[in-house]
Design a protein around this ligand. Sequence first.
Ligand SMILES: O=C(O)CCC(=O)C(=O)O
Ligand SMILES: [Fe+2]
Length: 300
Amino acid sequence: MNTIIPLKSAGFVLDLNETAFGNLRRSDDVLVDEKALRSRMEEDGYLYLPGFFSRDEVLEVRRELCSQLERSGRLDPDFPAIDAMPCPADKTPLFPKDAQPINRRHPTLSRFLFGDQVMGFYSRILGDVARHYDHTWIRAVAPGRGTAPHCDLVYMGRGTHDVCTAWIPYGDTPPKVGGLMILEGSHRQSERLSNYLSQDVDTYCVNRPGGYKFKSGCLTKNPVTLREKLGGRWLTAEFKPGDLLTFGMKLVHASLDNQSDRIRLSTDTRYQLAMHKIDPRWVGTDTEEYAMKNRVGLIC
Ligand SMILES: O=C(O)CCC(=O)C(=O)O
Ligand SMILES: [Fe+2]
């Protein structure tokens, strides 16, 4: 991948040497072939499907997200909302900055994320009827740092571990804008990561002084030394509206820092077999309050 600027993640400059960094493997060529999709998923730990969605449909969701950001005073009023330019500190927002944040359950979003196309796809690759978590993680990431390396299991491991994340960008997301990257082959490193993978971020020790300590769930703050230790390359892509990246709970991933001038918009949502146990934190109408209600005290 040719990049003009040095790429960073969590504030660290990445090694862009071809042994350390590269492109995600595309699987759009086998989209109609479930067997091939499943074996790619097993082999690579992810499926990268450029053009899975229609561009227009994705841009319609972008419009809705941008108009909500605009209404909550987060956008620069001198630019069209669709550009998602963050409101600079020295400009008075047209709306109070603490106004309602993005509605993660907005029907435009739910229709898109949980409609027939997506549910049909996951039913096909999982081999039976799929269901989704009710919680949608919305990322409206202003210029600055992205997400530190982690596996999703530590946030959502109280049901089946056979869960797929769908990461979807709503706009052109080249590396400079801070797209997702995955650590090649890391889904095969579960033994080595067993200590980390057995964590649950919503647990605390009842027998230790200091009470509840917030756990971030990140595996490390440093994606550069992590890669040197675990091997593989950090893989990413020039994401476009319409792309879908899906991966399992034990794949190490992170995002690039946003070195552009606009907000990076994406969602992540989760899908699993309907017949399997589901993590109760992420179903129902009140998932936003899950942390307080579902924290578990442990003797440790
Ligand atoms: O978009 C990001 O920065 C992180 C997304 C993520 O961790 C996920 O999709 O599981
Ligand atoms: Fe994640």
